[in-house]
Write a new protein. Structure first.
Lengths: 143, 143
DNA sequence: CTGCTTTTGATTATCATTTTCAATTTATCG
DNA sequence: CGATAAATTGAAAATGATAATCAAAAGCAG
């Protein structure tokens, strides 16, 4: 499925007349190899490890392309850094967000999803997506 | 209910040994008179209109106090500006958001809340608040 | 009032992100 | 193959929102 995403990006790039470069390949590889929500800084450090000489500006620019291409999504936490997360097919949007350390724990709960469907139906509402965020303190930050 | 909020802030201020100042009163009045999500800049302009000479720094500082006092909440949009919205007593955090007409339908579901508690407990997480947003089309926009 | 502490406003600093621009790289076409 | 035009890059500078600094002013207890 990593290949799928690479193909998706290439298709997007071709459609926009973008050129294929070593830097973009590298950044895409690194991004696809990450989990959770990565900040630009984190990504930049990883990219430097495998492709030294790549500038931050390029990382910033390329991430915006990924968003345009539908591969990534910006996530705003409260630490002043924009983070990027993968856009997955059939992904879930349910998170426990720790306001202490900004950790994010993802979860999925089928019962909650079903209840959402019921509620939507009751209001004649057609669901396209949803986001459930629970804020609080994670186990580490409580102690 | 505006008075309630003023009282709430005064109580908070008293508890923290904060002093009552003309600037804070003015900023609180202006904030309470706004709707939607206001940016610091917008607030600053309105404050200047009624209390000229108030500095931006004071507006920033005071808004953070409102958050601490539980009157306001930071909202991060994707325009690089932090906005503040009102925290209302007995407010619901569960919304059906219509992407067609921007209508917002509030709802509450006890079962979902309980499930959230269970999930949090399972992860050793202490819930402070939550937000559930279901995006889609409302009955009107579907037709 | 007096003295002590908080608050303020102006300025400066900080930090993430964006822009600029000359140099380089890529794709295209003869 | 080259040559050419267009896109891309990296380094550095610019930007813009927010935070920190600090001397002066204001609030408050005695």
């Amino acid at each position: 499925m990593i290949q799928d995403k690479k193909n998706a990006f290439n298709k997007f790039a071709a459609g926009k007349g973008l050129r294929s470069t070593r830097q973009r390949d590298c950044i895409l590889n690194v991004f696809l190899s990450t989990h959770q929500h990565v900040s630009v800084e984190e990504l930049y450090l990883k990219v430097k490890a495998c492709c030294p000489g790549v500038g931050q500006a390029t990382v910033y620019r390329t991430l915006k392309l990924f968003v345009e291409a539908g591969l990534a999504r910006e996530v705003l936490l409260h630490d002043g850094q924009t983070r990027y997360e993968h856009v997955q097919a059939g992904e879930h949007h349910d998170h426990l967000v720790c306001t202490g350390c900004n950790a994010i724990i993802e979860f999925e709960n089928e019962t909650i999803e079903k209840l959402q469907d019921q509620i939507a139906e009751r209001h004649g509402f057609m669901i396209r997506s949803h986001k459930l965020e629970i804020y609080g303190l994670c186990a580490d930050c409580r102690s």
